[in-house]
Write a protein that binds this ligand. Sequence first.
Ligand SMILES: Cc1ncc(C[n+]2csc(CCOP(=O)(O)OP(=O)(O)O)c2C)c(N)n1
Ligand SMILES: [Mg+2]
Length: 558
Amino acid sequence: MSQPTVSEYILRRLSALGIDRVFGVPGDYAFSIDDAVEKVAGLEWVVNANELNAAYAADGYARVRGAAILTTTYGVGELSALNGVMGAKAHRVPVFHLVGMPSGRIQHLGLITHHNLGDTRYDRYQAISSAACCVWAVLTPDNCVEELERAIREALRHSMPAYLVIAEADGYAPLIGDPVTGVPLDQIKRQRSDPVELRAAVDTVLQRLSAAQRPAAMITALTARYGVAGRAAELITRAGLPVAIMSYDKGVVDESLPNYIGLYGGQASSPAGVRETVEQADLLLDIGGVMLTELNTGMWSAGLDVDRAVCIHDNWVRAGDKVFINVAIDDVLDALIAEVTPAALPAVSGPPLLELTGSGTDPTSSATFYPRLQRRLSAGDTLVIETGTAMMHLNAMRLPAGVSAQEQGLWGSIGWATPATLGIALAQTAGRTWLVTGDGSHQLTLNELAVMGRYRVNPVIFVLNNGLFGIEDVISERGHVYDDLAAVRYHLLPEAMGCKGWLSAKVSTVAELDAVLDAIDRHDGAAYVEVMIPGEESQPLPIEMKDRAYKLRTPESG
Ligand SMILES: Cc1ncc(C[n+]2csc(CCOP(=O)(O)OP(=O)(O)O)c2C)c(N)n1
Ligand SMILES: [Mg+2]
């Protein structure tokens, strides 16, 4: 058999992980990659509206499939993608970012090229783009086989993006060396354990569990990244532990579990009793490693005692002042599931359904919208949550059985959710993909609606139109011109974007909202609803709270 080209080989090898789409924007330096996508069996192009959107879409896809491919062109393309790739790094999402660059002949002749600064430095962007990744390589015909294996291994081991650069002529050149076939991602052992450390870690966790009188657990999104969220749930169920999540981890636990108690976030816990269960626990089993940022902890109000916690991280375990290293999370969970003493599930009452309020000509508002949304989601669905006021409401809303969620709470780049919805919808094999986004966030990336129409994905999208960067008004104060938005008529967009067969509506009363939700139930296709929300809902936080949270006043003397 003749050798594949370097770019064909790279794409074939990556597609063997179980990837069937390539997100990106073509460019002349990247043509070898762009052409190869058309040639490699099992891969299809998704041409995004811009590279930032492509990176967000790849992030969404990889959250479902475990990994994604993103391709952009030299300089202008890769730099536009950077915010999205960095977000994938923050959220531990393996995205393979493939970038073309000027060929070796251009470089050796010292020719000046476009997408450069008018000089003959060709490697300028590598330091920038690679900073958003955990591994990077310039792939050539000679080093491609080995370097690509290294990049795949490291990206999966760390669960972070990889940056792969291919000079154009090299991409078209035949591969030198023996191709590797590869296997699907779920058959890959991503990290291996030191058996002595593993035994010691597992014994310690088992001892702590059996000694505990009031244990509780938390599970984080990191478990989903390593494909072990199901095993984490199995462990806490077998061990009979009540389980809470934090905001950033929304969707990682089935919230219909009888031992699910709700959202922990210090003083922002919901229901409020979750705080006591978590903070009074004599053993807190943290599976994944909770993230104690201000937004995740009700402004650093979490009272978690390190001595009472056992944290199972991706490849290390901490129990008080003991740290076990080189212990892979899947090995730790497997051993604990096998060896833990089974216990009955605690009788807990998790968060109730939101109260259904309003009717008829009452205006749509947060109070009338979220309870209705909650009652429409069903098993197999995914809810995509945009940063902003919507995230505050949706994190506290109990998800129905079998419903998962995705959000970008840590990186928090508004605009992420709309293209991520495209990637998630393309990656899902069942269930509906729902998006709730504020109008301001949507304005950043709404051109991706056209791409959704082109590739015939069928999300259900709610754009909450309050005419404001509302959450910014909350944390600053009302009335700043910089928080007012251009008055877009959102519900007309699907039509203008060429989205065929989309149900599209604008609702400003509860009766209209109920009617459109019924229509969506009956509609076999995408839906796009502009929901009017009163701007007055976005009331500023008390001054004291703003000072404490965002400005950190100079302390009083004495
Ligand atoms: C890329 C980026 N730019 C700016 C911000 C700052 N920011 C955070 S939330 C927000 C406003 C979101 O407004 P909208 O989507 O309308 O939601 P609302 O709170 O009004 O419901 C802004 C501007 C950010 N997080 N990310
Ligand atoms: Mg808004």
